[in-house]
Design a protein around this ligand. Structure first.
Ligand SMILES: Cc1cc2nc3c(=O)[nH]c(=O)nc-3n(C[C@H](O)[C@H](O)[C@H](O)COP(=O)(O)OP(=O)(O)OC[C@H]3O[C@@H](n4cnc5c(N)ncnc54)[C@H](O)[C@@H]3O)c2cc1C
Length: 602
């Protein structure tokens, strides 16, 4: 079976027909680009993904990482990929050109990242973590910090990490115990133990820059007393030359379900009393700084999940067209009839259409969020800027959680399409499923995302973020009404949206009452239904575009393609969205058993 890469036609549909990314060219920030350049860079990324990154996916899973004497060896095949990413300057596509970034729109990055992440997310993790750490230094660092670290991180010569988690501080970062003490020279002595650190140690880059969360001695408890430090694996002198090895020791690498090409490290900082770091931003403001990187990575994790799902769908589609089993329903009783490809069986078609609708809806959602980032930077209208910032805020936990939940479900459905073969290592389905699972756990587990969604995003600032989202959804409902197109779908969506809004507002209010525990208990189900509504919105939008193309006779040879968009919207809104009403009925604040049940009764 040929290896698959993300769906080029659908990505182009989102870029050029749904979001019209050419509009960014009018903005001062992107005036040096043109549409041809956008297309060229995306095509180059796709070619690299197909020729060089995709072939490493299975290989790096089978080879895994090796850990010995504190050193980690990455799978051999990743070295060439990393070198090519460096040579092609793929490390900092949206970053500041002053420090070697390409300054491209986020929406263009989204397309490039989807191709590369879909080819081998593990290879990309080494790149994006360096980029994320660099962006944080760009935003909050001093001039000398930027001069010392940015170019090396953006060029991928150095890697990056995120050192947040400790054994007693996972979701609860306020409980962290890593400490920092200011030294006479202005640097800080860091002491502590971090666990589960992605790419915390490896031999792919000559240095690794660790952003580390720690508490300065005497600082308040909880998250208010956390500061952020840059802790290089090898100390970097003020003139850019290397100093001594920092006291950061890799004490172990986890054995885990998936992502075998990426080491998940335990790191001991300052066990010899010699770990040094420099403060990034101000003391006690570490969480605010770190959130910039975390929010970026959350969107990347959403992309990880749906790009695994996209591959799972495309493999399953290919398999279903060629695997012969059973007879057609029309001729089933005739023993002489030949077996048919399984795509003819209604239940297999159901699985495929479900996968297609989720993948396409999730893709549009992720691209739309990237598009909002660009609009914030492109528009000069302050109200519009605020609107798009509100959208980014409320969509981030949805992209992270909903994509990871549904992405995993799609991977599982893909395995189901393959039957027993999907469960074996002969096909990539089992690896996609394994690799996808982590997306709901790391970068703030989905339970934490739901809490953030309900209490900060829905309930925060008098509900303006929710209002921004509802406004966008209503635009597409109104389009259907005004143009008399897919009225039934729009009405279904409108009905669920209204019911959802009521429940969201009730739950956000309940948090300030004695029912606050029930409100916490329904945060995840509410996020899930919001995700369902967001899918319906995106799919309706796509169907409206497809319909206009077909009506304008622009469909040409793409008639099947556009019909596919319409069918995905119809399938989702008519057969999956109605379940959301039932889910909403199940979201109860009063006498919620989750809250009432005694611990002994579990
Ligand atoms: C492969 C891998 C890579 C990772 N990479 C990194 C990395 O690079 N850097 C880093 O710092 N960390 C990393 N992590 C750690 C990861 O972010 C944490 O595992 C995650 O944040 C959850 O923390 P925990 O494992 O301690 O689970 P816990 O916090 O113990 O949570 C267990 C369960 O309880 C729920 N829960 C906990 N508290 C609450 C609450 N207040 N409200 C509702 N539900 C709650 C959680 O949702 C979860 O379902 C990685 C982990 C893995 C497995």
């Amino acid at each position: 079976m040929a290896e698959v890469i993300s769906d080029q036609k659908d990505i182009n549909f989102v870029l050029y027909e749904q979001l019209n990314v050419e509009r960014f060219l009018k903005a001062e920030k992107y005036s040096d680009f043109n549409k041809k350049m956008f297309k060229l860079v995306i095509n180059e990324a796709r070619t690299l993904a197909i020729k060089e990154i995709l072939p490493t996916y299975t290989e790096c899973d089978r080879e895994g990482v090796k850990f010995e004497d504190g050193k980690v060896e990455v799978p051999q095949c990743l070295k060439r990929v990393h070198k090519l990413l460096m040579e092609g300057e793929w490390g900092a596509l949206t970053a500041n050109p002053e420090y070697g970034g390409q300054g491209l729109p986020h929406t263009i990055f989204q397309a490039i990242f989807e191709y590369m992440a879909g080819a081998n997310y593990i290879a990309m993790m080494y790149a994006v973590l360096g980029h994320g750490a660099g962006k944080m230094i760009d935003l909050f660092g001093t001039k000398s910090q930027k001069d010392l670290y940015l170019e090396k991180l953006y060029s991928l010569e150095w890697g990056g990490t995120m050192l947040l988690t400790e054994s007693g501080a996972g979701s609860d970062l306020g409980a962290l115990e890593t400490s920092a003490e200011k030294l006479k020279d202005g640097t800080y002595s860091i002491v502590g133990n971090k666990i589960f650190i992605t790419n915390g140690e490896h031999n792919l880059t000559e240095n690794i820059i660790h952003p580390v969360l720690a508490r300065v001695k005497g600082a308040p408890g909880g998250t208010k007393g956390i500061s952020l430090f840059i802790v290089p694996k090898i100390w970097v002198n003020d003139d850019g030359t290397f100093g001594e090895n920092n006291d950061v020791i890799c004490t172990g690498v986890e054995e885990k379900l998936g992502l075998h090409g990426s080491p998940t490290c335990s790191l001991s900082l300052g066990s010899r009393g010699k770990c040094r770091g420099v403060l990034l931003g101000k003391e006690n403001q570490g969480m605010q700084v770190m959130f910039h990187m975390m929010n970026g990575v959350r969107l990347e994790v959403g992309t990880q999940a749906y790009s695994h799902a996209s591959c799972a769908y495309l493999y399953a589609l290919e398999y279903a067209k060629t695997r012969l089993q059973g007879k057609s329903l029309e001729k089933g009783l005739d023993a002489k009839t030949l077996q048919v490809p399984i795509i003819e069986h209604p239940d297999v078609r159901r699985m495929l259409l479900k996968m297609k609708s989720y993948v396409e809806g999730l893709r549009s959602l992720a691209f739309f969020t990237a598009f909002c980032f660009d609009m914030i930077e492109c528009t000069k209208n302050e109200d519009e800027k605020l609107h798009y910032s509100n959208l980014v805020e409320i969509l981030t936990p949805i992209v992270k959680s909903y994509s990871s939940e549904r992405g995993f479900e799609v991977c599982a459905e893909g395995m189901q399409v393959f039957g027993g073969y999907g469960y074996t290592k002969e096909y990539p389905m089992e690896q996609l499923l394994r690799d996808c699972k982590i997306a709901s756990i790391y970068e703030g587990s989905n339970g934490i995302q739901a809490t953030d969604f309900l209490f900060r995003k829905v309930g925060g600032q008098n509900g303006v973020m929710l209002d921004a989202l509802v406004l966008e959804i209503k635009k597409k409902i109104d389009y259907s009404k005004e143009n008399n197109v897919f009225l039934d779908l729009a009405e279904n969506l409108e009905k669920v949206l209204k019911e959802l809004e009521v429940k969201l507002k009730d739950a956000a209010k309940s948090v300030k009452t004695s029912e606050y525990k029930s409100a916490f208990a329904v945060a995840s189900p509410l996020l899930e239904v919001t995700g369902d509504v967001v899918m319906a919105w995106q799919l309706l939008w796509r169907a409206q575009i497809a319909d206009a193309k077909l009506a304008g006779n622009n469909g040409g040879k793409n008639v099947d393609f556009y019909n596919g968009k319409i069918m995905a919207a119809k399938f989702f809104i008519k057969t999956i969205l109605p379940i959301a009403t039932g889910k909403l009925d199940g979201i109860v604040i009063n006498e919620n058993p989750v809250v009432i049940i005694d611990e002994k009764s579990f």
